[in-house]
Design a protein around this ligand. Sequence first.
Ligand code: NAD
Ligand code: DAU
Length: 377
Amino acid sequence: MKNILITGGAGFIGSHVIRLFVTKYPEYKIVNLDKLTYAGNLANLKDIEGEANYRFVKADICDFEKICEVLKEHAIDGIIHLAAESHVDRSIKDPFTFAKTNVLGTLSLLQAARMYWESQPEGYEGKRFYHISTDEVYGALQLTNPEGIESPFTTKASSSEHHHAYGTDFFTEETKYTPHSPYSASKAGSDHFVRAFHDTYGMPTIVTNCSNNYGPYQFPEKLIPLFINNIRHRKPLPVYGKGENVRDWLYVVDHARAIDTIFHKGKIADTYNIGGFNEWKNIDIIKVVIKTVDRLLGRKEGEDMDLITYVTDRPGHDARYAIDSRKLKEELGWEPSLQFEEGIEKTVRWYLEHQDWLDNVTSGDYLNYYEKMYSNR
Ligand code: NAD
Ligand code: DAU
């Protein structure tokens, strides 16, 4: 495959995937298609935007005619689909936008790919539609062991401080879909459409479901970057409920590496879970973030603990996510590469050293970047 369309490449995970593909595969043409919503920021790609094998197209995945044009113009053979509305709290306030982008947008992309590929003499031969999804479609696991037990599995991403699991069950590729939020319901809907296009039309599709990502370039509405920024400015840290919900954290570059492996070696029509067996209670990870920020800013370690402010819980807040990613390791040999404490240190350091990026995003200035950089091209 030579010409690859990556949707949502100006977002958090997408920008890491674009960077990896553009630098690792100079022989591929990488087309980044992004609508540049509030979450899309071309400054995330400043270091690679001048590369010969990179193109940017500003477009909405819901714009079917435009997608048809782009696929044809760039003779796209492979699609890695990340574009989505991704924040659970926003989905609670505005579910329609999530259904539109995540479900109808994915359908528009699938239908455009189907029409283009079926019009080619070789048909689906050598083509691939890879859809990036989330562990949230599986619903919530029970917090049967709130104090934590020794996890039966560890990876290089697992914390060295604790090998905790907060229950005995994990999401596997066979776990039944039980989404609870409008966000996860819309992602589940899109996953079903992708699989339906394989089963009905024979499109070569793959779906992956990943756990919570952390790392540079994440929009500061999500837990880790929001809290780093608030601690720096000594603003309250709004902890939902009792802070006892559990999430399974993976460094974003490891997710991008998994996407590379699966795009090239994954089995058509298959599903792979991606995660690092690295479960944390929110309140515990928040304490790690506070201590790290304090230390790196030269404050007394832990002096900002009093910023923790318990607030009303997120409606329908899922208790625990924990991914079983053994299939991906056993079948395709992917393993995370970065250990959690190193990853969190690197992440906090990145946000503290890129205050300009955070200020740009929080002030909204980044929204003019496209006009400044691309309007004359
Ligand atoms: P993000 O919100 O940071 O970025 C989303 C990107 O999609 C933005 O650049 C935005 O401009 C673009 N976009 C939104 N609507 C669009 C539209 N209609 N047309 C074209 N582009 C549009 O999201 P993220 O956290 O990087 O997540 C990327 C993907 O990975 C999503 O599909 C998400 O569901 C999935 N995912 C995220 C996580 C996580 O922890 N962040 C974990 C697992 C899966
Ligand atoms: O599991 C994968 C999912 O992870 C992705 O599919 C989503 O796109 C991504 O946003 C993320 O969803 P979460 O809801 O888990 O992420 P968020 O950062 O919003 O919240 C993480 C946890 O922290 C969650 O239990 C809610 C809690 N939280 C979050 C915020 C923003 C707080 O307690 N306070 C907050 O202010």
